[in-house]
Design a protein. Structure first.
Length: 221
């Protein structure tokens, strides 16, 4: 198996946070898990044959104690007819995330290589999904990676209003029951800013990551 000796992201000088670049052959479960434990993640560029590995100078995180749930979302949560599952339809969630249209983006970063690699991580019990169902139809969800006690969110989608936000809140409740206090969302989005996400310097994030991984939390069965 091809392995990457990742540079220490603390000393990354690129303003965009690219730590290194590899060929797609290196996009395997061992490298992915090794990367996440160091605060590094891949972000494919459609039509680009190489894999950029990132650790941004500013990292977006959500502290569970600081989550803000808007009144309208809280009302939706209380009267919701949705049902929620975990890891019941991982590949369907990733596929839905890949095909959903997003403002300001052309195409998707979830290429076939990403799809295959994260599906394998799911089979290994490292990547996980939350599914939102309405009348047996998948209407929202998210997926991410358990770096060993820290959940690193990757992508989410919805075809029904607020379904992705409710998937996130369901995930948070699950993680809180396992002793988790925060999660990594990588980069800030308006979607998460509304819910109370914040950006912290890379050095602070890496210290926080190391400290939490040392606790050895078990986030999923």
């Amino acid at each position: 198996m091809l392995l990457i000796d990742f540079p220490n992201p603390r000393f990354c000088l690129n303003s965009d946070g690219v730590v290194c670049v590899s060929e797609t052959d290196f996009l395997n479960p061992a490298n992915l898990l090794h990367a996440y434990k160091q605060g590094i993640f891949p972000w494919m560029i459609e039509g680009y044959d190489l894999v950029p590995w990132f650790c941004p100078p500013q990292r977006a995180v959500i502290e569970f104690a600081e989550i803000h749930i808007p009144k309208s979302l809280r009302k939706t949560q209380k009267r919701s007819e949705f049902t929620f599952t975990i890891d019941e339809a991982f590949v369907d969630v990733v596929y839905a995330c890949a095909k959903i249209k997003r403002n300001g983006q052309r195409g998707t970063w979830i290429t076939q290589d990403i799809y295959d690699s994260y599906s394998e991580l799911n089979r290994l019990g490292v990547a996980h999904s939350v599914e939102v169902w309405k009348n047996d139809e998948l209407v929202g969800g998210l997926y991410g990676v358990d770096a060993g006690g820290v959940f690193c969110g990757e992508s989410m989608f919805h075809t029904s209003s607020d379904a992705s936000k409710l998937a996130f809140l369901h995930l948070v409740e699950h993680l809180k029951l396992r002793g988790s206090k925060w999660l990594d969302i990588q980069v800030m989005t308006p979607h998460f800013e509304i819910l109370g996400a914040k950006e912290i310097p890379r050095s602070d994030f890496l210290g926080k990551l190391e400290q939490t991984l040392a606790e050895g939390l078990k986030l999923f069965d």
